[in-house]
Design a protein around this ligand. Structure first.
Ligand code: 4AD
Ligand code: MG
Length: 502
């Protein structure tokens, strides 16, 4: 008898009917005359129960021979089950093995991050990683929807480029038929040309930075979304950025409830960010906040609470470690889970206690003109519960193309959006300089090769207009929305300092 093949997320169409699923064994448990298979098929997981009494001997033998990640085709009756994640389970009548997997390296036990990164090609199959990629996909879709619904044209900037956009220190150089070419750091300059042709455009592509820093926010290859709009000023640019962000968050909160739950994401802050109207503060105000007495007190309090928390956790750890030996199976698992949590938190505390003096120095000694570092952004965002936009940076620390404030030549009309919960910069952008002469002066000041910018300068000769745009870092956005500590889990195959495989 042939039955219809379906996917786990469509099982409700087959309630009380026969259906066939194709997938992989996520987990297997054997009871007396029963085998419980957790099948995953890419759309979700489903418990499939093989009862020795209901199947012939070869099916039973196949079921008992299954190993983690073996590929199978399985047929049975779809039955409603309240306890299961997707509401259904399958009572198996037939099972066909496609391939038996041998010694799958990622087992349910704990693995270190290095091991998991080495096995990224397999790690992608595990539930947390699966959930992250589904959120990433939702974010990508929401971004396209936001811009497409508003009449933006998506256009693609080249990846091989002759010019530096964001400074020369992070360029990847390649040999382009014996000519030097660089992997793009940003599509912005091309985006400006495209905006003069289409009014409002966005690019969505990979960008590359030879970042020598090994931090939780830096990749060497990441995806950037860069809208560029003719006739938009800084204010309109900020409105566009926050409307986009609120739209994206609202979509994820509406459509990826299950995935966020799988990631144990506390959505309190995300809920506040689903409406726009984020605070806008000037760089000068940001400096005032960082150097304030309130900041000094906050840092002291951070240090004190961490110092108090440490011994409490250590006592609990010692107690439950002692209990573990005699505990029953269920309680044992509970204890192991809690121990894992405590160890992670203790690592965090230790790291914070090491960092706080550095953060303190950086924040309290900040002077107008200094750039904001990662820890400054973290401390700043801790004062707010939604994303914030910091604008009006010192021109000296910003790129050559940024327009200066007509009221104050020291200030550039740039804006960064900083995500709350310590995440920091997820967007950088601003209003562009539209005067040919000013741009020529800037290019000279920044000691950039004017020849390479000839085409870019043409945009200021032929119908130059005020215009603005920004770049959203996709991976940093995914990290924040999913509540991840590090960007390495936000992209299928991360590229970072020291990581080129798999
Ligand atoms: O602030 P950035 O450097 O801005 C630009 O490249 C502008 N040309 C964009 C524009 O105005 N069209 O980068 C923009 C965003 C950052 O806010 C951050 O989210 C992300 O790109 N980003 C990185 N993400 C991961 N790893 C890195 N090394 C990143 N560098 C920047
Ligand atoms: Mg930036």
């Amino acid at each position: 008898m042939s039955t219809k093949t379906t996917y786990i997320n469509e099982l409700e169409k087959f309630e009380n009917q026969q259906a066939t699923l194709k997938g992989w064994v996520y987990n297997k448990r054997e009871g007396k005359s029963l085998v419980f298979i957790i099948l995953r098929d890419g759309t979700g997981t489903c418990q499939c129960i093989v009862n020795q009494q209901d199947v012939n001997e070869s099916v039973w033998n196949a079921a008992t021979s299954l190993t983690q990640e073996s590929s199978i085709i399985i047929t049975g009756k779809v039955v409603e089950d309240e306890r299961s994640a997707n509401g259904y389970e399958m009572h198996v009548s037939d099972l066909q093995v496609v391939q038996i997997a041998q010694d799958y390296p990622i087992t349910p036990k704990d693995h270190g991050i290095e091991f998991l990164m080495e096995n990224r090609h397999l790690w992608l199959r595990s539930q947390r990683q699966w959930a992250i990629m589904r959120v990433r996909n939702e974010i990508i879709y929401a971004i396209h929807k936001f811009f497409q619904d508003r009449g933006f044209i998506q256009m693609d900037a080249p990846i091989f480029t002759g010019n530096a956009v964001e400074g020369t220190s992070t360029l990847f150089e390649t040999n382009y038929f014996d000519e030097k070419a660089y992997l793009t750091q940003s599509g912005q300059l091309y985006g400006e040309a495209m905006a003069m042709a289409h009014g409002k455009i966005y690019t969505f592509g990979p960008t590359f930075r030879a970042e020598k820093s090994k931090t939780r926010r830096h990749l060497t290859e990441f995806w950037m979304i860069e809208p560029e709009v003719a006739f938009n000023d800084l204010d309109m640019n900020m409105s566009l950025a926050e409307e986009m962000m609120a739209f994206v968050i609202d979509r994820v909160l509406t459509r990826r409830v299950a995935e966020l739950a799988m990631l144990d994401r506390d959505t309190t802050y995300l809920e506040k960010a689903r409406k726009h109207g984020y605070p806008r503060i000037t760089y000068t105000e940001a400096i005032d906040i960082l150097t304030s007495d309130k900041m000094r007190l906050l840092l002291e309090e951070m240090e004190t609470t961490r110092r108090e928390e440490e011994p409490v956790l250590k006592t609990e750890m010692a107690e439950i470690e002692k209990e573990h030996g005699q505990a029953k199976k269920g309680r044992k698992l509970q204890i192991e889970k809690r121990l894992k949590e405590i160890r992670a938190r203790l690592d965090e505390i230790e790291e914070d206690l090491r960092n706080i003096p550095v953060w303190r120095k950086s924040a309290l000694e900040k002077q107008w003109g200094d750039d904001l570092g990662g820890s400054d952004e973290t401390l700043l965002t801790m004062q707010f519960d939604t994303p914030i936009m910091v604008y009006g940076y010192p021109a000296e620390i910003k790129a050559f193309y940024m327009k200066r404030d007509p009221q104050n030549d020291k200030v550039a009309l740039g804006v960064d959006m900083l995500a709350p919960e310590g995440y920091g910069e997820i967007i950088g952008g601003g209003q562009r300089e539209e005067s040919l002469q000013v741009l020529l002066d800037r290019i000279e000041e920044h000691q950039l090769p004017v020849e390479a910018f000839k085409w870019y300068l043409d945009l200021r000769k032929f119908g130059s207009v005020p215009h603005s745009g920004f770049g959203l870092g996709l991976e940093r956005t995914v990290a924040w929305i999913c509540g991840l500590k590090h960007v390495r889990e936000t992209i299928p195959f991360p590229r970072m300092l020291g990581r080129l495989y798999p």
